[in-house]
Design a protein around this ligand. Sequence first.
Ligand SMILES: Cc1cc2nc3c(=O)[nH]c(=O)nc-3n(C[C@H](O)[C@H](O)[C@H](O)COP(=O)(O)OP(=O)(O)OC[C@H]3O[C@@H](n4cnc5c(N)ncnc54)[C@H](O)[C@@H]3O)c2cc1C
Length: 457
Amino acid sequence: MNKNKEVDVVIIGAGVTGLVTAFYLIEKGLKVLVLDKSDRVGGQMESIHEDGFVFESGPNTGVVSNAEVVELFQKLHPHCSLEIARKEAKVRLIWKDGAFHPLPSGLSSAVSTPLFTLSDKIRVLFEPLRKKGDDPFESIGSLTKRRLGKSFLNYAVDPFISGIYAGDPSKLVTRFALPKLYNLEQNYGSFIRGSIKKASEPKSERDKLATKEVFSVPGGFGELTKALKEKIKEENIRLSVKSISVQPVEDGWQTFLSSDEQIHSRYIVSTAPAFALPELLPFIDEKEMNPISSLRYAPVIQVGVGVTKADGHVPNAFGGLVPSCEKKKMLGILFPSSCFSHRSPEGGGTLSFFIGGSKHPEYLDYTDTQLEELVKESLCTMLGFPHGYTPDKIKIFRHERAIPQYEADSEERLTSIERLKEQYPRLFLAGGIRDGIGMADRIKQATRIAEEIVNLK
Ligand SMILES: Cc1cc2nc3c(=O)[nH]c(=O)nc-3n(C[C@H](O)[C@H](O)[C@H](O)COP(=O)(O)OP(=O)(O)OC[C@H]3O[C@@H](n4cnc5c(N)ncnc54)[C@H](O)[C@@H]3O)c2cc1C
């Protein structure tokens, strides 16, 4: 076997970021090798098919928040296509005082909802008049309380942040975690004024592709990574690679594998999580690496539930989120079968429970039996399944380091990444360590990195 290989680009990580980067580079004629320590592609994304049910480990849905998502699926057609969620996905439920309530979607529901206090509802009317903040490190919690009031923090933003970041609004910094919201206040002085102005600004045809709709793919996200893998071709992907370390050499990079193989490349793209970087990139000194590798991740336990007879107990909604002030052991429940086709046998349903998050890492220590009991109890108390009900399927997925938390240390991390980019222009540090944590963010980042490499070449 030839122990020395030569490619244009080595990509570390076969999650969606690595796969999309590889897909575009190969399309442009570059020679690419994707390396992953896992024995499968997909990283945090995996779909499990069992007896007519589809269970997602990792994301259940994405948002068409940028044109790059649509363009990727246009390229993958007909091997993999976008499945836009049914209109029911617009209904978001919030748990309060022992029941789920829909998050208001219009003026009359906003007036009548029991989720927010009367004084906060009145307060919102004056949001456009409120002074804009001047703390670039202000947390999402503080910003919400200042502009909208405490009940909006507790019953809208806190559950929304649990749903996206599994995080703590008092620790996540708005400028890094929700930059669009931060910019609305900074650029327009108000969320309401900014949203109205932005909606009336002219949009290019490309911008219009970002419909903000909720999406998945038929059969689950595993089909997306499968389609990408097929396009990239097996010979350009190496899985179960136990140890990888990279060193700069005069004309590029040398990647050393535990099998004694060496790969020479002009570019390196790392999509591995922050904590994996010191071992992968040992040439970066500790002072520069620490602010990156210390990025904190929230743990998430996901429990997929399949029922063959839903009997009206799986709501026609996107999901139900649980505010932390309600003190339940649940971050929320998604209802994928209400949003997408063929997720369960006819008449049945799938549910995805989320437990843990940065506020409750201790649930990682729950045994499978404890988690099953917790889910069974919640099916009865929160969704009205009969007392003692046992679902047909329960699948437990533990993500010890699931979602990166963009907290106050993000400034230092991003500065270090920028400095390294200046020092090593052919090294791309990518993945969730920057540019957003959602799947659409990953697709956009990967597309841009591929473009940058093609332009540099
Ligand atoms: C529970 C959960 C729920 C989520 N829900 C949503 C959602 O609803 N909507 C949404 O948009 N996003 C969601 N996300 C986020 C989304 O899944 C991620 O943004 C996306 O999948 C990350 O892709 P990635 O390729 O950047 O990273 P990863 O998928 O983490 O891929 C990184 C790859 O690097 C590999 N790797 C790590 N270390 C090494 C090493 N030393 N050597 C070689 N390879 C290595 C890993 O094996 C992995 O395959 C969720 C994530 C989780 C965990």
